[in-house]
Design a protein around this ligand. Sequence first.
Ligand SMILES: Cc1cc2nc3c(=O)[nH]c(=O)nc-3n(C[C@H](O)[C@H](O)[C@H](O)COP(=O)(O)OP(=O)(O)OC[C@H]3O[C@@H](n4cnc5c(N)ncnc54)[C@H](O)[C@@H]3O)c2cc1C
Length: 392
Amino acid sequence: MKYETLIIGAGAAGMMCAAHAGPGVLVVDHAKTPGEKIRISGGGRCNFTNLYAEPNNFISQNKHFCKSALAGYSQWDFIDLVGKHRIEWHEKTLGQLFCDNSAKDIITMLRAEMDRAGAQLWLRTSLNSLHYDGTHFTAELIKDSENIAITARQVVMAAGGKSIPKMGATGLGYQIAAQFDLPVITPRPGLVPLTFADDRFKSLAGTAAPARVHADGPDFDEAILFTHRGLSGPAILQASSYWDLGAPIHVNLNPAGDLFDQLKSQRSDNGRKDLTTILGQYLPARLVAHLGQELAFSGNIADQSDDQLRRICAALSDWQLTPTGSEGYRTAEVTLGGVDTDTLSSKTMGAKSVPGLYFIGECVDVTGWLGGYNFQWAWSSGYAAGQAIKAS
Ligand SMILES: Cc1cc2nc3c(=O)[nH]c(=O)nc-3n(C[C@H](O)[C@H](O)[C@H](O)COP(=O)(O)OP(=O)(O)OC[C@H]3O[C@@H](n4cnc5c(N)ncnc54)[C@H](O)[C@@H]3O)c2cc1C
């Protein structure tokens, strides 16, 4: 069977690409339904983009690589598309846009766009092998236990990363890259809860607090959440993408920076109150009890000198914690690393050394922050490849 373009993976990027790649497109996926990650994303409401998306929100060895695709198909283009399909949405926080109704609306929209473009979709279909003769690809597919050979002028790898193997993530994109001698930046889990070998936070499980957190990257001002195994919550997930094993994360529990002044005025007004009671007005009581032991503070606030209060505020403003691991691909929202962008055209997502082979979405070494950025990368990179294929 002959097709113009074979797209492997009917996730966010693959479906977007199929809608724009012109005639003769076949999309295959080993799953039973397309867009499974879209369906479960954003608690079932899909945080489909971010109002403030810009290249700085993406992690890559080449921070310039994502610019062209993001400019060619921006959050405003996707918001227009969602509007055309009459999908109602709202901003939750920090520019994060969610469907009012259901993430399934986004899948229905992408399916409709694929149908409009005449793209075919084969589900429960996996790739057995891929060969290239210099001008054409031959893919051996297995569909319903049947071997089917497909030839195509273009192959687009849109098989995602390694995150959540239970949902069908296989890392196939990296294997195909390796087959064609394209380097891959070592994949690792991103947007992932961090863990500690001891159970120091067990008694705090379920406690949340606002904080400013960083690892080896920018500050993130969002909530942290203590879990049985360690730390989660949006600020920790964000920082996890910049964290390396063995390094500390820095948690600022005094993000407004005014705790010292607040404590001094409390000392004047409520001197007889216990320091932990006073701190409990600013932080969850269970966390204060934990910190009281770790930082060895006690007594009435009236008993604390300026220096003691300064020491406590400094410790709370840079609470350094060294996780011993992460929850790994089992729960990671994304996979960092991926196909080295040096080997791809930033305009088309095509492999420079293999004409006709494209990589889009999460399998490329471009990873977004939490907050709709990863889907935006899927839409932008899928669109870039689709446009290039249509024009070829
Ligand atoms: C729980 C969760 C919630 C998330 N929420 C958000 C959110 O709200 N906003 C946001 O921006 N991002 C979110 N993300 C991240 C986002 O889902 C991904 O970045 C995005 O789906 C990547 O798109 P993709 O098309 O590259 O890969 P995917 O969407 O993962 O699609 C890859 C497709 O390839 C198929 N496939 C894989 N291997 C093979 C194979 N060997 N043969 C055939 N087919 C194969 C898979 O079945 C899948 O359909 C979330 C991720 C998770 C896990």
